[in-house]
Design a protein around this ligand. Structure first.
Ligand code: DC
Length: 224
């Protein structure tokens, strides 16, 4: 069994790269942001302000989250319902970032993440995988890129999903979200001391996938 942790800010391409690496190595890709998005989706649906930590905590007993893998793809079920791309809306991104700063929400989602890694070899992406969720991961990578490169990619990704987006708004919200995620008191989105830093601003997807595979090979001897 192998554990690969990929952390970094939003729009750094963690999910596309981790998904491709998972397919090449035949291991499970875990998108942990989807869990925080699912909690954010529920809280917003209840009409609770995203800054209302007490209101958010009061929701937790009514939330049941299940992660299932169907044809190799991760599906997150909220109280039995697969929300699909509804959790990708920009407003849900802001809710996800806000609820993720609440320690009770992080505690609520901890076992779900560790249970998946206990059952299968994984490449897991998020903000605190190398620092909190899988501190003994075999490989830890902190992936990032310039603000401009990340915002441009995120805008393209949203438009491809049919979600209304423009570069300026995406850039502004991305910076706000990163600032929240990096400066929160619990599990801030920072690199683990033993993480390898990978700036992919100037890399193609293929080069980025190869760079990650090279790091995995160097650290573990595992190869495609
Ligand atoms: O990776 P993402 O953009 O889908 O994540 C949405 C938000 O969830 C992000 O702004 C911060 C939070 N998050 C987190 O705090 N810890 C994680 N492991 C993953 C996401």
């Amino acid at each position: 069994m192998i554990q690969i942790a990929i952390d970094g800010p939003s729009g750094a391409g963690k999910s596309s790269i981790a998904k491709a690496v998972a397919a090449k190595l035949g291991i499970v890709y875990v998108d942990t942001g989807a869990l925080y998005r699912t909690v954010g989706y529920y809280v917003r649906g209840k009409g609770i302000a995203r800054t209302d930590a007490e209101g958010t905590i009061a929701c937790l007993p009514d939330i049941k989250i299940e992660v299932r893998y169907e044809n190799g793809a991760q599906h997150v079920y909220l109280n039995g319902e697969d929300l699909g791309d509804r959790i990708r809306e920009p407003e849900i991104s802001m809710y996800a970032s806000a609820v993720s700063a609440v320690p009770a929400v992080r505690a609520f989602l901890l076992d779900t993440q560790r249970d998946i890694a206990a059952k299968s070899s994984v490449i897991m992406d998020g903000r605190d995988i190398g620092t909190v969720i899988l501190p003994n991961a075999d490989v830890k990578i902190f992936m990032t890129a310039s603000n401009e490169a990340r915002a441009a990619r995120r805008t393209k990704e949203l438009l491809a999903k049919g979600i209304d987006a423009n570069y300026e708004d995406v850039l502004r919200e991305m910076i706000e979200r990163d600032t929240n995620d990096r400066n929160r008191a619990v599990a801030p989105a920072v690199a683990a001391p033993d993480a390898i830093y990978l700036d992919n601003s100037l890399m193609s997807i293929e080069e980025n996938v190869q760079a990650v595979l090279d790091i995995i090979y160097e650290k573990t001897g595992v190869t495609v």
